[in-house]
Design a protein around this ligand. Structure first.
Ligand SMILES: NC(=O)c1ccc[n+]([C@@H]2O[C@H](COP(=O)([O-])OP(=O)(O)OC[C@H]3O[C@@H](n4cnc5c(N)ncnc54)[C@H](O)[C@@H]3O)[C@@H](O)[C@H]2O)c1
Length: 419
């Protein structure tokens, strides 16, 4: 019999998973509290780049996918996956969305069903938080009456090689039966699963992955600032170090980190460490400090560049290329471009920004004019700042730009200065 799967939270993680599960033969109910998203999906419109509208309409037409904003649509599920946001509120983990989704699912939990958490959170969340929420709302016992597990999402928006299907999926359960049920669910969805002994290890694995990136990006960002002062080309040095065939992995400097992973997930772990052990997780704190300082550093470099040209920032025209935090995506969440624009506006600059992939208008201060990166626009700016290395910016004609600050080292020319 076809199994019914509920995916609770249809965002960057949930919608691709729902599509893939439908493709793999499950009957999928997509449950989201955001009714505007549900409406779009019902109309066959995808708001996630990695989900083409064609894939969505195919799943809808085949009756394999049903989006809904009604909690009762979750009734009768065999497997439910929680893919709701886990942001920080005042610097602290905010599990209110996970709690709301868990409590909704608990109402429809039946004996034999499986609940899987995919939202990123600190180790212990599934067993210490989600488990009691599910038990309290259902009157059932986890591990005996229903299965419970955790499987972190490793989705890399815009990456066509390593997709949900091809990337190994770490899986866990609160006991052997739960692990088996979790593995059975992902079996037809992904090429391979990697089992760990409990949800805590799976939760920590996800945070290790993101902390690793966060810390290494902070390392090269600090090196970039130091090397600039020393008159050394850090990019060339990183290239040279990358020729070592073992024991080195290159990371590149940039204007700061964004998205919903790097600026947030490591802090979930440091909060947990502080709470449980009363000590700080120093690497994360240092990395947060360095990476969150990068937009200020970019603004300082711009000020220096204006200084060299004998001009004040105030009254000058600055064109930002890229608002997304990540190459070739339209995701501007927590993007350093937002802070850089704010700093420049505060200095009295006329800020203009081009990013055809970021369609949302509310992401940036309304005082920033949204423009296209036309040759005229580029030529009219006192300084052009490349913040996101979208492919079309890397090939943009900047020969008529007066000055360019390239924060990603994709442009070249006598008028280009690299971060
Ligand atoms: N975006 C990524 O690349 C990525 C990668 C790996 C892990 N994650 C993690 O996955 C989780 C989800 O992230 P995302 O980027 O998909 O978030 P998102 O904001 O894109 O989507 C989350 C969706 O959940 C919905 N939602 C909120 N509360 C709900 C509830 N109670 N019931 C049902 N739906 C609800 C929201 O309306 C939204 O549509 C987070 O924990 C995140 O850290 C994200």
């Amino acid at each position: 019999m076809t199994k019914t799967v509920v995916v609770a939270g249809l965002g960057y993680v949930g919608l691709p998973l729902a599509m893939r599960a439908a493709q793999a033969g499950y009957r999928v109910i997509g449950y989201d509290v955001d009714l505007s998203r549900v409406k779009l999906l019902e109309a066959g419109e995808s708001y996630i780049e990695d989900v083409p509208a064609g894939q969505l309409t195919e799943a809808l037409d085949a009756g394999k996918f049903q989006p809904s904003g009604e909690a009762r649509a979750c009734a009768g599920f065999d497997v439910a996956v929680i893919t709701v946001p886990t942001p920080l509120r005042d610097g602290l983990p905010d599990l209110t969305y996970v709690e709301a989704a868990s409590r909704t699912l608990a109402r429809y939990l039946r004996p034999g069903a499986t609940v899987i958490v995919e939202s990123t959170s600190y180790p212990g969340t599934t067993q210490e938080q989600v488990l009691p929420w599910l038990e309290a709302g259902s009157g059932l016992i986890a591990g005996t009456d229903f299965h419970l597990g955790y499987s972190p999402e490793r989705i890399d928006p815009g990456n066509s090689k390593w997709t949900l299907t091809t990337t190994p999926k770490v899986v866990s359960g609160i006991n052997a039966d739960s692990l088996e049920a979790v593995q059975a669910f992902y079996g037809p969805i992904v090429e391979s699963t990697v089992a760990v002994s409990s949800p805590r290890e799976a939760e920590l694995a996800k945070i290790i992955e993101n902390t690793f990136r966060h810390v290494n990006i902070a390392l090269v960002n600090e090196l970039a600032m130091i090397a600039h002062e020393l008159g050394i080309n850090v990019w060339e040095a990183i290239d040279a170090a990358s020729t070592k065939p073992f024991g080195f992995m290159p990371f590149t400097p940039g204007p700061g980190v964004g998205g919903h992973c790097l600026p947030i997930d490591p802090s979930y772990l440091s909060w947990r460490v502080e709470r449980a052990l009363g000590q700080s997780f120093r690497f994360v704190e240092l990395a947060n400090d360095i990476n969150s300082h990068m937009p200020d550093y970019v603004a300082r470099r711009l000020m220096l560049a204006f200084n060299k040209r004998g001009r004040p920032v105030s009254g000058s025209r600055v064109l930002l290329l890229g608002l997304a935090y990540k190459k070739n995506t339209g995701d501007a969440r927590e993007s350093p471009a937002i802070r850089i624009a704010k700093l420049l506006l505060g200095m009295g600059a006329h800020v203009r920004a081009a990013d055809p992939l970021v369609t949302e208008t509310a992401v940036i201060d309304p005082a920033v004019a949204r423009v296209d990166a036309t040759p005229e626009e580029i030529a009219a700016a006192d300084i052009v700042v490349l913040l996101t290395e979208h492919d079309h910016f890397a090939t943009a004609d900047i020969s008529h730009a007066r000055h360019v600050l390239d924060c990603r080292r994709v442009l070249s020319g006598p008028n280009v200065e690299t971060l």
